[in-house]
Design a protein around this ligand. Structure first.
Ligand code: IPE
Ligand code: IPE
Ligand code: MG
Length: 267
């Protein structure tokens, strides 16, 4: 039996365990571990980033197949500029090339692509391809694919605070009108549904300045697998784990035939 068949069989088994009614509508992913994967194999870190792109293409397909509607991925953080210039340049070129090669298929699949983050420091050719890709796909409705580049959650929150302060001092809004809904609508993701599930690969247990506002009540799944080795099987494992969670949002699990007054603590 070929390896392909084994993987397929495993996926079939796992996909039977997925409750189609409880698939997260919005999944966010911190794609981590590219460098370590390459280094362990004796390759330059850039090889890990290239392989990471292939994995992303597969996970984008898998998300659509599953019935998920929005995928938001962390591709480059505001902190990633602190890496060696050679690595940063490589990543910028990779984003440009991948987008050029993939945009046709993304559009044909009726996927809307959006780049989330401060694009100002990027070179002109990347900014141009981002802008043409976003306008080409802006009316697509089947799937929303958000790519966070030069993105930082704190910077995003400060940006919204500044915009609202400006609107307020210009008399366009009253400070008393500032509430969660208004704040959320000004965020770069534009008030879409918060991710129900955050996946981080490579075993790191931190958020690294990703979607600080939007992840307030997301379920977090940490995969030990490095991103270049992540696959549909690992992805389905994350969804199954998510579906076993009890999302309480600060409330309590409702227990049949028991009320608060009945409990041992009532006087
Ligand atoms: C994630 O992989 C990709 C980016 C941050 C661009 P890393 O490059 O962080 O890989 P590790 O964590 O060093 O292995
Ligand atoms: C988070 O990964 C950013 C992206 C995946 C783009 P990092 O590798 O930059 O995060 P830290 O440094 O481990 O927190
Ligand atoms: Mg990393």
């Amino acid at each position: 039996m070929s390896l392909g068949k084994i993987i397929d069989k495993k996926n079939n088994d796992l996909s039977k365990r997925i409750d189609k009614q409880k698939v997260p509508e919005h999944i966010a992913i911190i794609m981590d571990g590219n460098g370590r994967w390459a280094t362990r194999k004796g390759f330059p870190r850039s090889f890990g980033h290239k392989q990471g792109v292939n994995v992303l293409k597969k996970i984008l397909k898998a998300s659509k197949k599953l019935g998920c509607k929005i995928l938001t991925v962390y591709a480059f953080s505001t902190e990633n500029w602190s890496r060696p210039t050679k690595e940063v340049d490589f990543l910028i070129n990779l984003f440009t090339e991948v987008l050029k090669n993939e945009i046709k298929e993304i559009h044909e699949e009726s996927t809307k692509i959006k780049f989330i983050g401060d694009l100002t420091p990027f070179p002109k050719n990347l900014k141009e391809i981002i802008s043409s890709s976003e306008s080409l796909t802006k009316n697509n409705t089947k799937f929303l694919f958000n790519v966070c580049v030069n993105y930082g959650g704190r910077q995003e929150i400060v940006k919204v605070a500044k915009e609202l302060a400006l609107k307020s001092s210009a008399g366009e809004i009253k400070p008393s009108e500032i509430n969660e809904e208004l704040f959320n609508s000004e965020l770069l993701l534009g008030g879409i549904k918060d991710p129900e599930l955050l996946i981080r690969t490579s075993g790191e247990k931190r958020i690294s300045n990703f979607l600080l506002w939007q992840l307030a009540y997301s379920e977090i799944y940490i995969s030990e697998v490095l991103w270049p080795e992540f696959n549909e099987h690992e992805f389905l494992k994350a969804i199954i784990d998510y579906q076993s969670r009890n999302r309480r949002f600060g409330g309590i699990e409702s227990l049949p035939n028991e009320s608060f007054e009945d409990s041992q603590y009532s006087s």
